[in-house]
Design a protein around this ligand. Structure first.
Ligand code: MRU
Length: 359
């Protein structure tokens, strides 16, 4: 593959505007395949099976997905059109449970239909497409702003550790946790990144190590059980991770294993930052306890990636896809509006009120 991944957007409309176009992340790093999806089932499958994954990318994919599905609608009456929209929305919401961006983006799309000025079906179709395009553009801008705030925490020569892929591939562009890394690299700063491989689906190895290495950033891949060692060795100055849902008290749900990184960071005195666009903050969920954690199939642990099964046939497997990092382990939450510091509930309530007053 000669192209660098930065030449591609993770999620977009297809060239003719009739389909959702995504990079098939299950094929990386070996093959760069762009899929064009124009049925509800194929969009649902792509989200469920992590062809498109990462909280912001899932949200934008759902928004573009529902816009292209509704563009094809044959409904004549607004009531019929809206009923169809709600059916697609309910269906797409069942594709994955944890990342709040999926629900947020579909809700943003629904708000379009609540507008009084869109009297007919054609106007509603156009408005849905426009809103999906806006959400896509906003994601790029938000990630860039998170990167700019993150960059203020970095200095020449820093070692940075990250877990899973909160990279360009998890968003439309730039990523959240990787955004400060890309901006530092662009400025010619010397940084070094440790990427946790991230069992069981290897998002760190297949995606983060791939995209950072591909961009020319000095990157070392480590197994998940090595992060304590590299921190103890003094090689890590800061941790940046993404997240799938932040609760009102600052508890942050992210890829399984993130909380272990946070514990090791605390022990070693390494600052631990969660990068979270406000679309990832769930102001309605009080604590991490309330967040639904996706459980995935046992084969991801026992046989996926191996030439033959690596566990005894029939053994019990527990495979939660996410965990919650308690807010007291988090040094700061980097949003597009700035870096939030403890006490998080106070900071998040203030941010929520600011956002709502602008709506
Ligand atoms: O299961 P995945 O690969 O969708 O999990 C992704 C993560 O946990 C990311 O860290 C998170 O979505 C943030 S992406 C900017």
């Amino acid at each position: 593959m000669n192209e660098t991944i930065k030449h591609y957007d993770t999620v977009d409309f297809s060239g003719d505007g009739n389909a959702l176009a995504i990079i098939d992340q299950t094929k990386l790093p070996g093959e760069l395949i762009i899929l064009e999806l124009d049925t509800a089932e194929s969009i649902w499958e792509a989200i469920h099976n992590l062809r498109v994954r990462g909280a912001p990318a899932i949200g934008v994919a759902a928004a573009i997905g529902i816009a292209v599905l509704m563009k094809k609608s044959e409904a004549k009456e607004v009531s019929e059109f809206d009923r169809e929209f709600n059916e697609y929305k309910d269906y797409l919401e069942t594709s994955r449970p944890t990342a709040v961006n999926l629900f947020w983006a579909l809700e943003e799309m629904k708000k379009v239909l609540d507008r009084q000025d869109l009297a007919g079906v054609p106007e509603r179709k156009t408005a849905l497409i426009r809103r999906a395009k806006e959400l896509r553009e906003e994601d790029i801008d938000v990630c860039k702003r998170i990167g700019e705030y993150g960059l203020t925490l970095l200095k020449e020569g820093d070692g940075i550790l990250t877990h899973c892929n909160a990279g360009s591939l998890a968003t439309v562009k730039y990523g959240t946790a990787t955004s400060p890394m890309y901006l530092a690299h662009e400025k010619g700063m010397k940084i070094h990144v440790f990427a946790d491989e991230t069992r069981p689906l290897l998002q760190g190895a297949r995606l983060t190590a791939f995209e950072l290495h591909n961009a020319g950033i000095d990157t070392t891949l480590i197994c998940d059980n090595m992060s304590q060692t590299v921190m103890r060795n003094g090689w890590v100055n800061i941790v940046f991770v993404g997240c799938d849902r932040v609760a009102l008290n600052g508890d942050a749900c992210n890829k399984i294993g993130t909380s272990m990184v946070a514990l090791a960071a605390k022990r070693n005195g390494v600052p631990f930052y969660v990068c979270a666009p406000t679309s990832t903050i769930d102001f309605e969920t009080k604590t991490g306890e309330e967040i639904e954690i996706e459980e995935r199939k046992p084969e991801e642990v026992t046989e996926m990636w191996y030439r033959e099964p690596m566990a005894p046939n029939g053994v019990k497997v527990y495979n939660p896809a996410f965990d919650v990092t308690d807010h007291d382990l988090i040094t700061g939450i980097i949003t597009e509006y700035g870096i939030l510091r403890p006490p998080y509930q106070e900071a998040l309530e203030k941010l929520r009120d600011q956002i709502r007053s602008r709506e």
